[in-house]
Design a protein around this ligand. Structure first.
Ligand code: CP
Ligand code: NVA
Length: 312
């Protein structure tokens, strides 16, 4: 419905909204340092509010971080498996959106199809947050941006990021972030696994330097951040041909050595150790993956506050 602050993609926030979310996430994280994870923030800004999260695909981080985010914001959370709902028996997405809008203050969905999330948003009377689709994963990238700024001690604007591997949903949202905040993104992917052209065109239209190639070495040369993800996303067909295409795209210590000396390594997780990344990189000193996962809760809190009109 018009007038609602849905977060289907990072571009829904605009450059100012994304910057506000990142700064607020960092400030709110700092303000609660030392508190147990379940304790509410002192201002409990979502007291009395309920979030429902619906999952069509598995999740560890997204599920836990949204539940903890609502608890810390003073509200409460329901987590629902789509297959246990009437949605799984054919009740339409539109009818489900109308019904859920009468029960809860906001909804988060992890769906197979981005078109279903768009349909939900069109029919919902409460804000909707995309918790991953085949097309994008905005909540993850909010946490990635926050993690990079914490670890490198400066804004992402002007940095060089390298994406090595599949041009998938997480890659698409990283491209959006590059367009919104203004950093260079060099993507190295196998032929036929390039990211979505619409995301690339939109980021370039905002002035971002997005390069798409097929050489991991060229992508990472001097980069501040090296990012990868699984070679086979949820819902994709796994086969030997696909794995052979991705083999040259493993992030190993030799590849990391070609990034800048202080470069950090990101992975949204779950990782497939020995495939897209070696143990030595993901467990090594340049890896920021555990902070990246933990920051999901702080990033989600700021996104929820933005969606509910509590952040400008
Ligand atoms: N990174 C991420 O979204 O993890 P989950 O699939 O565990 O939620
Ligand atoms: N690209 C992965 C991300 C998982 C969090 C997937 O869609 O399965």
């Amino acid at each position: 419905m018009a007038g609602l602050r849905h977060v289907l993609n990072l571009s829904d926030l605009g450059p100012g909204g994304l910057r506000r979310v990142l700064d607020h996430a960092k400030a709110r994280k700092a303000a609660r340092r030392g508190l147990p994870h379940g304790a509410p923030d002192s201002d409990a800004p979502l007291a009395g509010h309920v979030l429902a999260s619906v999952f069509e695909k598995p999740s560890t981080r997204t599920r836990i971080s949204f539940e903890i985010a609502m608890r810390q914001l003073g509200g409460s959370a329901l987590t629902l498996a789509a297959g246990d709902m009437q949605l799984g028996r054919g009740e339409t997405v539109a009818d489900t959106a109308r019904v859920m809008s009468g029960f809860v203050d906001a909804v988060m969905i992890r769906a197979n199809s981005h078109a279903d999330v768009e349909a939900f948003a069109r029919n919902a009377a409460v804000p909707l947050v995309n918790g991953l689709t085949d097309m994008s994963h905005p909540c993850q990238i909010a946490a990635d941006l926050m993690t990079v700024e914490e670890r490198l001690g400066r804004g992402v604007e002007g940095m060089v990021w390298a994406w090595v591997g599949d041009g998938n949903n997480v890659c698409n949202s990283t491209i959006e972030a590059a367009g919104l905040l203004g950093f260079t993104l060099r993507i190295a992917c196998p032929h036929g696994h390039e990211p979505d052209e619409g995301f690339v065109a939109a980021a370039r239209a905002r002035g971002a330097d997005i390069r798409i190639g097929h050489s991991p070495e060229e992508a990472v040369a001097g980069a501040d951040v090296v990012v990868t993800d699984t070679w086979v996303s949820m819902g994709q067909a796994d086969n030997d041909e696909r794995r052979r295409a991705f083999e040259p795209f493993q992030v190993d210590p030799m590849l990391m050595a070609q990034a800048s000396a202080g470069a950090i390594f990101l992975h949204c997780l779950p990782a497939h150790r020995g495939e897209e990344v070696t143990d030595s990189v993901i467990d090594g000193p340049q890896s920021a993956v555990w902070d990246e996962a933990a920051n999901r809760v702080h990033a989600q809190k700021a996104l929820l506050l933005w969606a509910l009109g509590k952040l400008d």
